[in-house]
Write a protein that binds this ligand. Structure first.
Ligand SMILES: [Zn+2]
Length: 390
């Protein structure tokens, strides 16, 4: 029972609850959805479903758009389980462990990195993630950054140059020299493989002027900015993201009132990464404050071997509901349509007519179960471009 794009039509029948994220369609009950050529072609009452070449019986379960994970770091080698254990025993998180992963990544062959990226991409897909962004940032030389993005590009079109992740050990004390390398030779090597440019704007990483230089250099190469902003301190990252028209400001854990106002008055999405707070035992972002101000909020995993080694969007939805007081409906929206907004995509994150047929069938009657039954594998079926993939 599959329908390849261009190879016919598929009806998803007997849907108990259909979350479309489409303002006109809303949430439908006792519904059906028809896919033609990998796109949503029809949505309506179960009894009115048109005939199709193939059928998928949802058996009364909930159907949601596939998750859009707009922030992940999948290209790396090694792990940092010992660092995690030490942190859980009371050591603070500083971000300095990134250099451990840089050393392991530089030493790894293409085959090892490709295997890790592929494994994590499949792991995410099984958990309902139909679109994933992924960043470089563990190479930190022109050749290693270009390699990371080339390998990332084998699993996603949403690739982000993060040469300004941390100042590598060989540039210790010479951050401005490193920023010149990032803006020059490294960007020249990386830009052909990237859609986005990102920077870790944080005390101990890159300050406002260094971050601005990197983002402007990326823009000059045709890349669109996104920023690791305000994770550990209420720094300048969010203001800079809004100033430069970034698609997203990510983390947003420590925000001033003017940061919140700036996000609410801009097209820059506030992407919250509760897996990072969970894994570093840190206070969660104030999602309700952002929503009350009118900001667009996305949820993503921040999947990386140091501060958030989860690829699970359902886990992030559960955290957002339990720890950040989003309603289940708000959390599902943020994990789907919010992520699409953070990637400036209109073809994904919803199931309106014409959307890419990326959807999940839950092993549950309602989207609420994603938070109500945390840690339980509730993703029964995944369609990507209308094709059954998990
Ligand atoms: Zn990150």
């Amino acid at each position: 029972m599959t329908a390849a794009p261009g190879a016919g039509s598929l009806v998803v029948a007997n849907i108990g609850e259909l979350v479309t994220n489409d303002p006109q369609l809303g949430v439908l009950h006792d519904a059906a959805l028809c896919v033609v050529d990998g796109r949503v072609a029809w949505v309506g009452p179960r009894a009115a479903a048109p005939a199709a070449d193939a059928a998928l019986d949802a058996a009364g379960a909930a159907v949601l758009p596939g998750f859009v994970d707009s922030h992940a770091h999948l290209v790396f080698a090694g792990d940092r389980a010992a660092e995690f254990a030490a942190r859980m025993a009371g050591e603070p998180y500083t971000g300095g462990g990134i250099r451990t992963t840089v050393a392991a990544t530089r030493a790894a062959g293409d085959g090892e990195l490709r295997a890790t990226v592929g494994r994590l991409r499949r792991e995410a897909l099984r958990q309902g993630t139909t679109t994933v962004e992924t960043k470089s940032g563990y190479g930190l030389t022109p050749a290693d950054e270009a390699r990371s993005l080339r390998l990332a590009g084998e699993v996603t079109a949403e690739t982000t140059f993060l040469g300004a992740h941390v100042v590598p050990a060989e540039y210790a004390g010479r951050a401005d020299d490193y920023v010149r390398l990032v803006c020059g030779e490294m960007l020249d090597a990386a830009a052909p493989y990237a859609r986005w440019v990102d920077v870790f704007c944080e005390r101990g990483a890159f300050d406002a002027e260094q971050s601005r230089a990197v983002l402007l250099a990326g823009k000059a190469h045709g890349l669109v900015p996104r920023v690791h902003a305000n994770q550990l301190t209420a720094g300048p990252g969010v203001a800079l993201a809004v100033e430069l028209g970034a698609a997203s400001a990510d983390h947003c854990t420590h925000l001033s009132d003017s940061d919140v106002d700036a996000l609410a008055g801009s097209a820059t999405v506030a992407t919250l990464l509760p897996g990072a707070e969970f894994s570093t035992r840190s206070p969660y972002p104030d999602a309700r404050r952002l929503l009350a101000a009118g900001a667009t909020v996305a949820l993503a995993t921040d999947c990386n071997p140091g501060s958030s080694y989860t690829s699970s969007m359902p886990f992030c939805v559960a955290l957002a509901v339990r720890e950040m007081r989003l309603t289940p409906a708000e959390a599902v929206w943020a994990a789907t349509a919010g992520g699409a907004a953070a990637l400036r995509r209109t073809d994904i994150g919803h199931l309106g007519i014409g959307a890419r047929a990326d959807l999940v069938v839950l092993d549950a009657p309602s989207h609420v179960y994603l938070a109500y039954r945390p840690g339980v594998p509730l993703i029964r079926t995944v369609l990507h471009n209308g094709v059954l993939v998990a």
